[in-house]
Ligand binder design. Structure first.
Ligand SMILES: Cc1cc2nc3c(=O)[nH]c(=O)nc-3n(C[C@H](O)[C@H](O)[C@H](O)COP(=O)(O)O)c2cc1C
Length: 198
């Protein structure tokens, strides 16, 4: 249900429900619990400006998310953020991108009606001819199911619990980052090696 941006949009939120806000619109997304899938030969593509506002989406993105192109372009990429995603993953993503580095990340997203779909995203900075970063680009493929079930879903659950158990969002994020660092360090690898090795 699309509705005009409401100054009071942050209130009245219930479990499993998230208010998506943007410059133009806000939308209430309630998790349905139903998962969507795309073909292993397909790639979900989006591009953003430097602030993470969508500048391009491909047809696979439109199909799986159920949004139209006009609904998406100009909106923040967080429009499709799933409530079960730990914030630390996006912190890491932005920190890599701001350092000019690419990153691979498993991401659970919301479709417009609250269904979800998992992706393995490869996010890269886009450069102009002079080598300046002018935006970002994400190519997403179907993740391996056993990696999701055995590693990513339990890991994200653990990180999300840490984030949600703190009354201070900042402290929750710090603790979650610490936990992720510990888990990766215990394997004696970097985050990049960890993600590509599982
Ligand atoms: C190129 C690019 C692709 C992104 N893809 C996603 C995505 O698929 N899902 C998502 O929730 N956030 C994605 N993000 C991160 C969002 O910008 C945002 O940081 C995240 O949704 C967390 O929302 P928040 O900023 O409200 O905490 C992407 C960012 C960039 C630059």
């Amino acid at each position: 249900m699309w509705k005009k941006k409401d100054a009071d949009f942050a209130t009245g939120q219930q479990k499993g429900e998230r208010q998506v806000a943007s410059r133009k619109l806000s939308q209430t997304v309630v998790a349905t619990g139903a998962e969507r899938f795309f073909d292993k030969n397909e790639i979900i593509v989006s591009k953003t400006d430097l602030k993470g506002n969508l500048t391009y989406v491909n047809d696979v993105f439109l199909r799986i998310s159920d949004y139209t192109e006009p609904e998406l372009l100009g909106q923040p990429h967080s429009l499709i953020r799933h409530i079960d995603m730990p914030r630390v993953i996006f912190k890491l993503l932005w920190s890599y991108l701001q350092d000019g580095k690419e990153i691979f990340a498993y991401v659970n997203n919301f479709a417009k009606n609250g269904d979800n779909y998992w992706v393995l995203a490869h996010v890269t900075p886009s450069l102009d001819d002079g080598g300046n970063v002018v935006g970002y680009h994400s190519n997403r493929r179907v993740p391996k199911r056993d990696i999701l079930e055995n590693t990513i879903i339990p890991l994200y659950k653990q990180l999300l619990e840490i984030e949600n158990n703190e009354s201070s969002r900042k402290v929750g994020l710090q603790k979650s980052e610490q936990k992720l660092t510990e888990i990766v360090a215990a394997q004696e690898v970097s985050y990049d090696e960890f993600i590509l090795s599982i």
